[in-house]
Design a protein around this ligand. Structure first.
Ligand SMILES: *[C@@H]1O[C@H](CO)[C@@H](O)[C@H](O)[C@H]1NC(C)=O
Ligand SMILES: *[C@@H]1O[C@H](CO)[C@@H](O)[C@H](O)[C@H]1NC(C)=O
Ligand SMILES: *[C@@H]1O[C@H](CO)[C@@H](O)[C@H](O)[C@H]1NC(C)=O
Ligand SMILES: *[C@@H]1O[C@H](CO)[C@@H](O)[C@H](O)[C@H]1NC(C)=O
Ligand SMILES: *[C@@H]1O[C@H](CO)[C@@H](O)[C@H](O)[C@H]1NC(C)=O
Ligand SMILES: *[C@@H]1O[C@H](CO)[C@@H](O)[C@H](O)[C@H]1NC(C)=O
Ligand SMILES: *[C@@H]1O[C@H](CO)[C@@H](O)[C@H](O)[C@H]1NC(C)=O
Ligand SMILES: *[C@@H]1O[C@H](CO)[C@@H](O)[C@H](O)[C@H]1NC(C)=O
Ligand SMILES: *[C@@H]1O[C@H](CO)[C@@H](O)[C@H](O)[C@H]1NC(C)=O
Ligand SMILES: *[C@@H]1O[C@H](CO)[C@@H](O)[C@H](O)[C@H]1NC(C)=O
Length: 707
């Protein structure tokens, strides 16, 4: 009965919101639909853009292998239904008649696909819950897939749902045999588990973790029957023979993954239905423990577990919690959807569309972890979060500092504590006598899930030091929690001293050798500005820890530098900011997106006249821009969605804000791409900047509502 109300409520609020609704006749084609986007290893998408194959013909794919032709990117995840003795395929290739796809609706936590199958309408709702302030729920690497149906002719029709997974969720090499758990029926649940035969801790092959188990589960009850083995899908979808017989075949371990393909599947008999008010709920996820290996410069290597592991001890515990939590989780997800979409719509409908696509992308990129005490218990005060660079824009680093900077507004908005959990491992890794660089690191190695402290020289000193100090102050302002800056003060002060020395002379820092990667000019105005804002931020941090001498030192530096910066950076005709203050760059122009940090932190370093100047430059560019404004006018084929959003938010001009968001929206919904949203693109064509082998995926940065 309670569910009855809930379902109606959900449908009402979703149809009220109408985010990203597209029927297949209409336009607004999302490049890829997020299906299961909850964790770096639960990241499955359907590519809906250019060259899309029907949803009921192809399997969902691993987030960053979408363009790869060399490797198998598919994740076996099949869904079908038997209606009045006829079988229909809803998702993936395989037996049954293809359903008719009617529409899809995407909200920040849900992707809802409507099919027609014979006399029924069937809705598949993929829910990747976002619970940013509840680290147990947020870290659970599980999503829901629910099914509801209603009769189109008003008469009852019999309905069975069939779904399965393959071991492709956890094995990235088809020549490796899988293993299986033997007793799927446990208490009131059916828990199908594909396992590794030989777990390889922290090893990743083709984006699949080789130390994991994949789970497909549902509540047990009348009419649920399962099967594990080679012809399960054919039997589960065959209306003329008895359904699956609750058996697990024993030969799974004896052959390669693909010879033959085994599936872990079940059917549920929902009997005659006219209008289903209670959805049929399934759960799918990937469990790993430990989940992160964190190596320090001292040589100390620590295993870290996902946060939720503290609350559970067996897969049954995890899955039963997750399935029992469905009503609550749907309430929370729907509330979050409503809140995000309402807040965003106040800025523009385009912004709401964008957030509907990227909210899961930002949250699903992080693994929230705890360490264990020597007695094996969890240390619940040692929370660290690790972000996988879901693309190569941040150099592939873990907690890539510049990707964090781009995504930080999402965390500030949803739960600013997460920002602290992400910054802490970076601080811990560098607050060590063996770290000898005068500036901040780029990240924690490039081999997720192996987070590795590195003492490596690089060319992004101002960039990363500025980013770190800006994010530390943003976190401090949003939470009032000064423990990080107090504990690591001298490390952070070292970065500020570096900024004092180099901000006004960035020279060749951040100069991209390949123009398609970004800005290739020297003495970048925007970079110098980041350094100066970093100094302004450091002054506030020094103030906070009670060090008045440092505060005035950094304040003085910031205010004298901003004066010189203005002199160097304003074009001679006083119409815009230059992107480079090198002598031969007097014609340069572009996105000066670091102005955003001055606004976010409310430093007031940059005078309003400079904002006005730059805003009028953006105004002048909008009419001739199709998909975006180039980062740097000397390279008109490169734009970045995240920096467009930062520049727009900094302008403080509502027209510019909505116009620039519209440009990013046009790029996002241009049918020429079919990958999870990538920030780097060509603003003249709307194509992602990526070749067949260049997966550039990342996170678009929404404006922070807390701003
Ligand atoms: C870390 O975990 C791996 C995989 O379970 C295990 O082989 C290794 O012994 C653990 N190391 C420590 C220090 O506990
Ligand atoms: C992580 O480190 C382990 C050794 O501890 C290694 O076997 C594994 O391949 C590494 N993973 C990645 C993604 O590099
Ligand atoms: C269904 O099962 C029957 C009996 O085993 C078999 O003859 C028939 O070919 C199967 N149908 C399909 C579509 O696999
Ligand atoms: C389902 O409905 C059909 C006719 O629509 C009827 O023949 C059948 O007996 C019903 N089955 C059940 C279990 O009620
Ligand atoms: C998980 O465990 C922690 C520590 O005992 C507790 O505070 C938290 O409420 C638990 N979360 C859930 C969802 O049960
Ligand atoms: C879900 O929300 C509805 C309406 O706010 C409320 O009546 C219901 O108790 C909630 N259910 C759960 C499980 O939280
Ligand atoms: C939109 O935001 C502005 C500024 O915060 C606020 O004054 C206004 O009430 C909001 N409008 C709506 C419809 O929420
Ligand atoms: C738990 O972690 C915190 C933060 O790292 C640390 O200060 C504390 O000593 C740890 N507790 C134990 C019992 O090791
Ligand atoms: C960059 O600017 C500094 C300070 O104005 C100047 O000394 C230096 O020569 C410039 N570098 C280049 C490569 O133009
Ligand atoms: C893909 O790119 C990587 C890194 O640039 C390179 O090592 C690899 O050889 C390339 N693979 C193919 C198939 O081109």
């Amino acid at each position: 009965m309670r569910r009855n109300v809930l379902t109606k409520l959900l449908l009402t609020s979703l149809s009220f919101l109408v985010p990203l609704l597209h029927t297949f006749a209409q336009q607004l084609v999302a490049p890829a639909w997020p299906l299961a986007v909850k964790n770096p290893f639960v990241n499955a998408w359907f590519r809906a853009g250019a060259g899309a194959l029907p949803f009921n013909e192809v399997f969902p794919e691993v987030w960053n292998l979408l363009e790869s032709t060399a490797t198998d990117s598919s994740l076996g995840w099949f869904c079908g239904v038997l209606v009045d003795g006829q079988s229909y395929r809803l998702q993936g290739g395989g037996p049954g008649t293809a359903s008719t796809q009617v529409s899809v609706q995407i909200t920040p936590t849900q992707t809802s696909v409507l099919h027609q199958v014979g006399p029924l309408e069937v809705t598949m709702n993929f829910v990747s819950p976002i619970a940013a302030t509840d680290l147990t729920r947020q870290s659970l690497p599980f999503v829901y897939l629910t099914f509801t149906a209603s009769s189109m002719d008003g008469a009852p029709h019999s309905l069975q749902v069939y779904t399965d997974i393959s071991a492709e969720w956890i094995i990235g090499d088809n020549s490796i045999p899988a293993d299986t758990a033997d007793e799927p029926a446990q208490n009131n649940f059916v828990i199908l588990q594909a396992l590794q035969q030989t777990a390889m801790p922290f090893v990743v092959i083709n984006e699949r973790a080789q130390d994991a188990s994949a789970i497909l589960a549902t509540a047990n009850g009348n009419g649920v029957r399962y099967g594990v083995g080679s012809d399960v899908r054919a039997r589960g979808m065959n209306a003329t023979t008895p359904a699956l017989s609750n058996t697990v075949e024993s030969d799974i371990t004896s052959h390669a993954l693909d010879n033959p393909w085994d599936t872990w599947g079940f059917t549920v008999d929902l009997r005659n239905i006219t209008d289903m008010t209670t959805p049929f709920v399934t759960a799918i996820g990937v469990i790993r423990d430990p989940s992160i290996q964190f190596a320090q410069l001292s040589g100390n290597v620590e295993n870290r577990s996902s946060y939720y592991q503290m609350n559970f001890s067996t897969p049954l515990d995890i899955v039963s919690f997750f399935l029992n939590d469905f009503d609550n989780s749907m309430n929370m997800s729907t509330q979050l959807d409503t809140q995000v979409i309402n807040d965003a719509t106040n800025i523009s409908q385009s912004y709401a569309d964008l957030l509907s696509l990227v909210a899961r992308q930002a949250m699903g990129a992080i693994e929230i972890t705890l360490s264990k005490n020597s007695d094996g218990s969890f240390n619940s005060s040692d929370v660290m979060a690790f972000m996988r660079d879901m693309g190569d824009i941040g150099g592939g680093y873990i907690n890539a500092v510049d990707v964090l900077y781009a995504a930080f507004p999402v965390y500030l908005h949803l739960n600013p504590d997460l920002g602290g959990h992400l910054l802490r491992p970076l601080l811990v890794a560098q607050d060590n006598s063996k770290y000898s660089q005068p500036y901040a690191t780029r990240g924690l190695g490039q081999n997720f899930p192996n987070a590795t402290a590195e003492n490596v020289a690089h060319n992004f000193g101002i960039e990363e030091s500025g980013n770190m100090i800006i994010m530390l102050l943003a976190h401090l302002q949003a939470t009032g929690d000064g423990s990080l800056v107090k504990q690591h003060y001298s490390l952070i002060k070292g970065w500020a001293d570096y900024l004092v020395q180099f901000s006004m002379n960035p020279g060749f820092q951040c100069v991209q050798t390949s123009p398609s990667d970004g800005i290739s000019s020297v003495n970048q105005t925007n970079l110098a500005l980041k350094g100066i804002i970093g100094l302004g931020a450091m002054a506030k941090i020094s103030d906070f820890v009670g060090n008045g001498d440092d505060a005035s030192l950094y304040n003085n530096a910031a205010s004298s530098y901003i004066d010189s910066w203005k002199t160097l950076s304003i074009s001679s005709d006083k119409t815009h900011l230059l992107t480079s203050f090198a002598p031969d760059s007097s014609e340069s122009a572009g996105l000066i997106y670091n102005l955003y940090a001055d606004k976010l932190l409310q430093l007031g370093l940059v005078p309003q006249s400079v904002y006005d100047l730059q805003t009028s430059y953006y105004h002048s560019q909008i009419p001739s821009s199709k998909f975006g404004i180039p980062l740097d006018s000397s390279n008109p084929t490169v734009a970045r969605a995240d920096w467009m959003m930062f520049a727009a938010a900094a302008s403080g001009d509502d027209n510019i804000l909505s116009s620039m968001i519209s440009l990013v929206h046009s790029y996002t919904f241009t049918p020429s791409t079919n990958v999870p949203l990538s920030p780097l693109y060509d603003p003249t064509t709307g194509n992602s900047v990526s070749g067949i082998n260049r997966s550039v995926r990342g996170i678009i940065s929404p404006r922070s509502f807390t701003n």
